[in-house]
Design a protein around this ligand. Structure first.
Ligand code: PGA
Length: 264
């Protein structure tokens, strides 16, 4: 695979959503750690995003065995502390050595009514605590069919990145996730995914300059599997994947983390 411009190392992230107890999570990470070899980590960075209840267990395991898998969270609240029953603060995540935090996943926007304003506050909170946001953007099927995919995605970027400095952009990852492709088995074609990821990069160049545009990783997400990862990664502007269903099984996720290369 040719080196990407700006040395963008692909990031393969496993979003486990509301699956896996802490015991299941430990078992999956143990298998992953066993399957992935140094050459795999050289090709791509790997992160896992367990439920909040499993973060501490997974962190302990990764630390104890020096496993080079980054710990990620699926969400966060934007206040540091206070009377917010049921929420988890960025301070708590930072203390667990969480590196990446998904913000604005379409399931949060759809099922929990998260507005761009809330997503923006969460993103700024993640940055304030020196963690790295994975900002999710993407269109519905209706929006795609109406031909407004780019308007939607670029509008989300505009709203969600309010107040983010060019320096802070260095730690940001963007995940383009067409909503109609999430959990449906219907992946965007590599060409369609590439077109939107390229539009995201052009937007970044216009708003933050060429350096930020070249350096920012843009993942694709939506029914990524071991069978389609290689063709997605062959596109110039796709720098990894945010993987849901296929990340729950260690062997399938390891195959994706190898970017479709055979296990050695
Ligand atoms: P999927 O989920 O891989 O199951 O489609 C992707 C995501 O929601 O991040």
């Amino acid at each position: 695979m040719p080196a990407r411009p700006g040395e963008r190392k692909p990031l393969i992230s496993g979003n486990w959503k509301m699956h896996h107890t802490h015991l299941d999570a430990i078992a999956v990470v143990q298998k992953l750690a066993y399957s992935l070899l140094p050459a795999d980590y050289e090709r791509a960075e790997v992160s896992v995003h367990p439920a909040f209840t499993a973060l501490r267990s997974v962190q302990t395991l990764l630390d104890a065995d020096d496993v080079p898998i980054a710990l990620g969270a699926q969400d966060v609240f934007y206040e540091d502390s206070g009377a917010f029953t049921g929420e988890v603060s960025p301070v708590m995540l930072a203390k667990l050595n969480v590196s990446y935090v998904i913000v604005g996943h379409s399931e949060r926007r759809q099922h929990f009514g998260e507005s761009d304003e809330v997503v923006n506050k969460k993103l700024l909170a993640v940055l304030r605590h020196k963690m790295r946001p994975i900002l999710c953007v993407g269109e519905t099927l209706d929006e795609r069919e109406a031909g407004v995919t780019e308007t939607k995605v670029l509008g989300q970027l505009e709203a969600d990145l309010q107040g983010v400095s060019p320096e802070a952009m260095a730690s940001l990852v963007i995940a383009y996730e067409p909503i109609w492709a999430i959990g449906t088995g219907r992946t965007a074609s590599p060409a369609d995914a590439e077109a939107v990821c390229k539009a995201v990069r052009t937007w970044l160049a216009e708003h933050y300059g060429a350096g930020v545009a070249t350096g920012t990783r843009v993942q694709y997400g939506g029914s990524v599997t071991p069978d389609n990862i290689a063709e997605l990664m062959a596109e110039d502007d796709i720098d990894g994947a945010l993987v849901g269903g296929a990340s729950l099984d260690a062997e399938r996720f390891a195959q994706i983390a190898r970017l479709g290369q055979p296990a050695k």
